[in-house]
Design a protein around this ligand. Structure first.
Ligand code: NAP
Length: 282
């Protein structure tokens, strides 16, 4: 590091658990870019000041995580249309003195689906559990990529309802369904089940859905990456279903952020290796 080192980072609260610094610093080192990626813990009430300060000292780009993904939007100079529609920003770049916001979470999931499971969303039917920020980004991108049907369930009915309304507004020709109860029979016709709730992060968590909804061709995805194998994925694997955890989404949202910042192709395999190592250590 010297007087020319460019600074990137992540803002969130809390943020000390983040694997992004390891992933991005390994990419900068591998590409021989004189840059560093740091974690900045920013309290919600300090968000505006933090962003003003970050711009003043020339932070070149940063990721945004909970709880700032939605609330940072009014303080950015420009927001990419997809991020505006999703209503959340996870990546910001400093360009000609302006902070420009993007959302790479949903695209990261699509890239993981295509790379790890060789599945393209076009014409497929997805069932999403949870209607928070992650479900919003994933759902929007699945429909944008031509998914044929999206069904949504959230324990808080109003959250699922409002996501269904927003998605229907932007994709009037897609089949978007609201489930007010958890299904309890096989999800016939659905290609893929996605857990976009935090249920499964803790050992003692209950199963998010009864495995009797599985059918032999169902693909089961969990957006959780720590632990790498949630109870849901373990049961799906024991039934020989194809599965994917959240590591690919985490990796590819980071890859896309890094490419926005640097304009270069990201060293994906190095970033993956470092992420896996860091998660295994936890
Ligand atoms: P969030 O905004 O809190 O949304 C989760 C939603 O699921 C909330 O509406 C929550 O309701 C609901 N929920 C909780 N338990 C449920 C249940 N049993 N059945 C149905 N819905 C339930 O969280 P998020 O930011 O969207 O993140 C969701 C998950 O995705 C987390 O595990 C997170 O770690 C993961 N994630 C992964 C990546 C990645 O890169 N792999 C990126 C983002 C997020 P309440 O608000 O009432 O709890």
């Amino acid at each position: 590091m010297d007087a020319h080192t460019k600074i990137y980072g992540i803002i969130g609260y809390p943020v000390r658990h983040s694997f992004s610094p390891v992933m991005h610093n390994s990419a900068f080192q591998s590409a021989k870019i004189n840059a560093v990626y740091l974690a900045f813990e920013v309290l919600p009430e300090n968000l505006k000041d933090a962003l003003v300060g970050m711009k003043a000292i020339g932070i070149q780009g940063f990721n945004v995580t909970i709880p700032h993904k939605e609330t940072c939007i009014p303080f950015l100079d420009e927001v990419y249309p997809t991020a505006k529609i999703i209503g959340a920003v996870n990546t910001v770049v400093l360009k000609e003195g302006k902070f420009i916001g993007y959302n790479t979470d949903g695209k990261g999931f699509i890239r993981a689906l295509e790379t790890e499971l060789k599945i393209k969303p076009r014409g497929k039917r997805f069932f999403i559990l949870g209607a928070g920020g992650a479900a919003r980004a994933v759902g929007f991108n699945l429909l944008q990529e031509g998914a044929r049907e999206l069904a949504l369930y959230d324990i808080v009915r109003s959250k699922a309802e409002s996501l269904v309304i927003d998605l229907r507004l932007h994709f009037p020709n897609a089949q978007i369904e609201l489930f007010t109860n958890l299904p309890n029979s096989p999800l016939k016709g659905f290609n893929c089940l996605i857990n976009a709730t935090p249920l499964g992060m803790k050992k003692e968590d209950a199963l998010v859905i009864d495995p009797k909804v599985f059918h032999p061709k169902l693909i089961v995805c969990d957006l959780i990456y720590n632990p790498p194998q949630t109870k849901l994925l373990k049961i799906a694997q024991s039934k020989r279903l194809r599965t994917m955890n959240g590591l690919g989404m985490l990796l590819y949202q980071g890859v896309l952020s890094w490419e926005i910042w640097t304009g270069k192709k990201a060293p994906v395999s190095i970033m993956r290796k470092e992420l896996e190592k860091a998660i295994a250590k936890k």
